[in-house]
Design a protein around this ligand. Structure first.
Ligand SMILES: [Zn+2]
Length: 292
């Protein structure tokens, strides 16, 4: 696979070494070394430049070959069966999974009591409260899906990225069938709702996304304790689901930078954060973005 490079966006280039040296007529690349970051599973190309004085214009043009590449921005989403139902890489907490579980438990309790009564009318009631609960939970999931899509539009992303369902199922295997259904149904609803928009939905293998520090990339299982995340290396303290959401988006961008074809067809990728975007090299761009 021919590599594709992450370079700073056009509008920010002048502020970066890339813009000042690599992209400049005054300097020319002399040699480069490829470095591998094992934790992030990413490659970095370190380019050495030398001053050329009278620049050879043909070689300058060659340095601009990256200009045609399109950059995409994705929203990472962590889904849960306790605490917040969905947490985005932009730090938005959507719905309470605890509330959903509470409503389900109330329904189960009522059904249990009615089953003990055992009369025909009790059975009819079971049917009707069952129907009502099904409708309520589906409505609830629809509303949460709408909130997530609204956040995706607000943060101007191209794609919404979840963990893949196989891994979610494994992670929440202790949760009741109902919660497993809710999470799967939620992803399906989001997929369905974005069909006639420019947004797409994709998934990643989330291995270590809950143990990885979204700030420095350090991975350790002891960094996470339930809902709190505290990096053992850089001391970054953050809500664990929010940290995971950022890692999910980061993982997707890493796929793109390794040459996987993106759903949007772009070559580079950034993750949407609270107040801007971050690329996999850790270069932060404050909002507003995607300009120029
Ligand atoms: Zn860290």
């Amino acid at each position: 696979m021919f590599p594709e490079y992450v370079v700073p966006p056009e509008s920010k280039r002048e502020e970066t070494p890339f813009g000042r040296y690599y992209d400049s007529d005054e300097w020319d690349a002399s040699h480069a070394t490829l470095q591998y970051d094992e934790l992030a599973d990413e490659f970095y190309l370190h380019v050495t430049t030398k001053h050329v004085g009278d620049a050879d214009s043909e070689r300058q043009e060659a340095a601009h070959e990256d200009d045609g590449s399109e950059n995409g921005v994705v929203l990472g989403v962590d889904l849960n069966v306790n605490g917040a139902f969905a947490v985005t890489s932009t730090g938005v907490f959507i719905g309470s999974a605890d509330h959903l579980t509470h409503r389900r438990n109330e329904f189960e309790k009522r059904r249990g009591r009615l089953q003990q009564i055992g009369t025909r009318s009790a059975h009819l009631t079971i049917q009707s409260i069952g129907d009502r609960f099904s409708k309520w939970s589906l409505d609830w999931l629809h509303n949460r899906a709408n909130e997530l899509i609204a956040e995706a539009k607000r943060s101007d992303v191209h794609g919404i990225v979840f963990e893949n369902l196989k891994h979610i199922r494994k992670r929440i295997s202790n949760a009741a069938k109902f919660q497993q259904w809710a999470v799967a149904k939620f992803i399906k609803l989001v997929e369905y709702k974005v069909e006639d928009t420019v947004l797409f939905v994709d998934t990643v293998n989330p291995a270590y996304t809950s143990q990885r520090c979204s700030q420095c990339g350090f991975v350790h299982e002891d960094s996470r304790s339930d809902k709190s995340f505290e990096c053992l290396k850089c001391d970054y303290e953050v809500n664990a689901d929010y940290n995971a959401a950022k890692n999910i988006a980061n993982r997707y961008c890493a796929y793109i930078h390794r040459g996987q074809k993106s759903r949007g067809g772009w070559a580079t990728c950034q993750l949407a954060l609270k107040s801007g975007t971050l690329n996999v090299n850790g270069d932060f761009n404050a909002s507003p973005r995607l300009e120029g």
